[in-house]
Design a protein around this ligand. Structure first.
Ligand code: ISL
Length: 539
């Protein structure tokens, strides 16, 4: 689409590298596994048709937090492959018109990173100031009351020097000290070097956490179900200095042509998510919108969430929606519905792929992979292990990709690093590919329709008023083109007064394209062509 940057019209597919495809039988997914499955994603008959992949971190890492604990930003984790493998992946993707986004973890490193090993060795070490070290307030008392996102104090005492280091997440993930210009130079250079390598952009982990208040002021307390949520996070994240880094990263990205910066702005204040977009041209290109993903199964809830973002976003900024990722219980299970879960999943897919904005899919979402119950003995996620059995961890959404039935589910010939979910016997890519009624076919049809329809890719969004409760209806318009989307969130028929006063025809429906009635079937998702230039119509 001339004049429109690729990331605005792209469908992004998130690949959790450990979980997607294992090429060497060691039970863990790897880069060659991704290379071997590119036909599934794009460029072959029957491909899903996505435009970009986002890979969870592939840098060298002890993998104690799924790769979000980097020990060398300039090399590839051997369990994932080699630099040559990664080169081959990027080239192979580019040959088929698929962009590659990698995760970049700027906030913290692994405690096994040589920088941290040096930093903790003595107060005089030249790397000391690469991390955030402070004295405690007295015996057993950390410097302040800040909590880690993963709970507990955000400070860990290191016996060697008697000082505390700050960690926004887990103790083995010490925060880098972004107030040190050497840290900043190094990390921005890391970003630059991967762009020069040829990656098309970054997903920026915890980008609003880079800086903390210099005076370490305590956060005011508020009611909350657990200690982290019982603080108003005025001082430990979303400091103005992090916005400046976002702007600096934008300048670096823009200097390399059309690249994308997708920020994980982790905050319960949605305004923070907007702040990182600036005016739409000067900070990040996209940021995750957490309110959307927190919605329960409710047409009104999603409608309000979308409308809020549409109203608040600066004109030049662009929305970004997702329902699943590697930290969340899978939407198939989260959005409920019991035996209607797959019907709901189709409605959710239609919403995600027809809203104005860049949609992000998570591997296996298109197959209807459920949240898996991983037995305690098999848990890998440090959060899952820490809080078991009180809180569900993140392993349930990270089980192996379900390529086909049978042992290893086509993911591995060895012993998978997490157990394959039992649903793999019926719910898998091989079985769903040839089934026109499958969720996979529905995703493929929606993506194809989206690619072929400018109004869906770049058109304006307007919610349609006067619809029954349980129906989320909106239109997307571009020039003369008008597409109406009707999403019935209920398990009953819903009559819609379309008031189109123009001819319309069904482009796609969960219930077949002959669905021309003004009533929506239970859990029907329907996309209508309602062109503006046609005469008085049939509706
Ligand atoms: O997973 C969560 C809670 O259990 C989220 O709240 C998560 O902590 C938050 O989204 C930040 O996540 C990111 O940074 C973490 C990493 O573990 C996550 O996988 C990543 O998405 C630390 O790098």
């Amino acid at each position: 689409m001339p004049g429109t940057p690729w990331w605005k019209t792209a469908v992004i597919y998130q690949i959790a590298v450990s979980s997607f495809a294992d090429s060497d039988g060691d039970g863990r997914g790897d880069i060659r596994g991704v290379i071997e499955h590119l036909d599934y994603l794009r460029g072959a008959p029957g491909s899903l048709g996505v435009d970009a992949i986002w890979l969870t971190p592939v840098n060298r890492s002890p993998l104690r937090d799924f790769g979000y604990d980097v020990s060398d930003y300039r090399s590839i984790e051997p369990r994932f492959g080699t630099m040559n493998d990664f080169r081959e992946l990027v080239d192979a993707c580019h040959e088929r018109g698929l962009r590659v986004i990698t995760d970049l973890v700027l906030n913290h490193t692994s405690d096994e990173h040589p920088w941290f090993t040096a930093s903790r060795s003595s107060r005089e070490d030249p790397r000391r100031d690469w991390y955030v070290w402070r004295d405690g307030r007295g015996p057993g008392r950390p410097p302040n009351r800040w909590r880690a996102v993963a709970e507990g104090s955000a400070w860990a005492r290191d016996p060697r020097t008697g000082q505390y280091y700050y960690h926004a997440f887990l103790p083995f993930q010490p925060d880098l000290n972004w107030r040190n210009p050497a840290v900043q130079d190094e990390m921005l250079d890391v970003a630059r070097s991967w762009l020069e390598f040829g990656v098309d952009g970054f997903r920026l982990d915890l980008i609003n956490h880079l800086y903390e208040d210099e005076r370490l002021r305590d956060n005011p307390l508020k009611p909350g179900v657990r200690p982290y949520l019982a603080q108003r996070h005025l001082y430990d994240h979303s400091q103005p200095e992090s916005l400046e880094v976002a702007a600096r990263l934008r300048a670096i990205a823009d200097a390399h042509g059309e690249r994308v910066l997708l920020g994980e702005v982790f905050s319960d204040d949605w305004q923070d998510c907007l702040d990182y977009l600036g005016d739409g041209t000067d900070r990040l290109h996209l940021s995750f919108y957490l309110d959307f993903v927190r919605q329960r199964w409710s047409a009104r809830g999603f409608h309000d969430s979308v409308d809020w973002l549409e109203e608040q976003l600066p004109r030049a900024a662009w929305p970004c929606y997702y329902l699943d990722n590697h930290d969340l219980p899978r939407s198939l299970s989260r959005l409920g519905g019991g035996r209607h879960a797959l019907a709901r999943a189709k409605v959710a897919a239609a919403m995600l792929l027809t809203l104005r904005g860049t949609p992000i899919l998570y591997y296996g979402q298109e197959l209807g992979m459920p949240e898996s119950r991983v037995p305690h003995a098999a848990l890998d996620d440090p959060i899952g292990r820490k809080f078991w059995p009180l809180r569900v961890g993140r392993d349930g959404c990270r089980t192996p990709m379900q390529w086909r039935s049978g042992p290893g589910a086509g993911f591995t010939t060895g012993v998978p690093w997490l157990p394959v979910d039992p649903s793999a016997s019926t719910r898998n890519a091989a079985a769903e590919t040839g089934d026109p009624a499958s969720l996979l076919s529905w995703y493929r049809d929606l993506i194809a329709l989206r690619s072929a329809t400018p109004a869906l890719r770049i058109g304006e969004y307007r919610a349609l008023p006067g619809m029954p409760r349980d129906v989320f209806a909106f239109e997307r318009t571009d020039g003369d083109e008008r597409v109406v989307v009707l999403l019935n969130f209920s398990g009953s028929r819903r009559r819609c007064d379309l008031r189109l006063h123009r001819s319309w025809r069904t482009l796609l429906s969960t219930h077949g394209c002959d669905a021309e009635s003004a009533a929506l079937a239970p859990y029907e998702a329907r996309v209508l062509d309602a062109r503006l230039h046609e005469g008085p119509g049939t509706a």
